[in-house]
Ligand binder design. Structure first.
Ligand code: DX5
Ligand code: ZN
Length: 215
């Protein structure tokens, strides 16, 4: 069983409040918000204004995935906008430890994401500073891409590293997740699954969330 975090990148942007308002009753555990700057990733999405605009529409935690270069420039702004979890990319910030401490000092939970090509060893020295690791299972930038199967071993290795550290750190997986691969991902060690197109593209999003979470 895993928590499911629908990505609003695949929601209807013209009816965002309506879509987000339904997520809790559909069984979602958090709202995954993909922020893209057109530099760190080729695509652009939305900024802190959208986070503060959707906040009143849900009591679920807002899980803000920053796909932006030098995210430390905007951490405070996203915390003030209502982010409950802030995820930065290891590859996007030079002084990762300082950025993680900054997130924590602003209040949100602290998370780091790794692109498919980035080794889990880059997190060895910051495990005590994080609440969650986000393993990207596609190259970030777009919804609707295919899951990279080689990432299953990476999830398992991350799980082992966390267990050996004795720390309580969530493993979130993002990219190409659907009901057909969710159980393999959960078995590998993930406990939070992000899903965009598999939820919002479904005729029955509630059923999709149930199936993805193995509920
Ligand atoms: C990819 C984003 C994902 C994306 C997932 O860059 O970080 O959160 O929205 O979309 P699906 O589930 O469609 O792969
Ligand atoms: Zn994401």
């Amino acid at each position: 069983m895993a928590k499911v975090a629908p990505s609003i990148l695949s929601a209807d942007f013209a009816n965002m409040g309506r879509d987000i308002g339904k997520l809790e009753s559909w069984g979602a555990s958090m709202v995954h918000c993909d922020v893209m700057d057109g530099v760190y990733v080729p695509n652009m999405s939305f900024g802190p204004q959208l986070i503060s605009a959707i906040k009143p529409y849900t009591s679920l935690p807002l899980d803000v995935h920053l796909m932006i270069t030098q995210p430390e420039r905007y951490v405070e702004m996203f915390a003030e906008a209502g982010a409950d979890i802030i995820t930065v990319h290891q590859e996007a910030t030079v002084h990762l430890h300082r950025t993680l401490k900054l997130i924590s000092s602003c209040g949100p939970k602290v998370a780091v994401s790794l692109n498919p090509a980035t080794s889990i060893s880059t997190l060895e020295n910051v495990l005590e500073d994080i609440d969650m690791v986000l393993i990207m299972t596609v190259n970030p930038g777009y919804g609707g891409q295919s899951f990279i199967p080689a990432m299953l071993d990476k999830i398992a290795a991350m799980k082992q590293m966390i267990e050996e550290s004795g720390r309580d750190i969530d493993i979130q997986v993002d990219g190409g997740v659907h009901a057909g691969n969710a159980s393999d991902i959960i078995q590998a060690g993930a406990n939070i699954l992000v899903a965009g197109s598999a939820v919002f593209g479904s005729d029955d999003p509630q059923k999709a969330i149930k199936e993805i979470g193995g509920l």
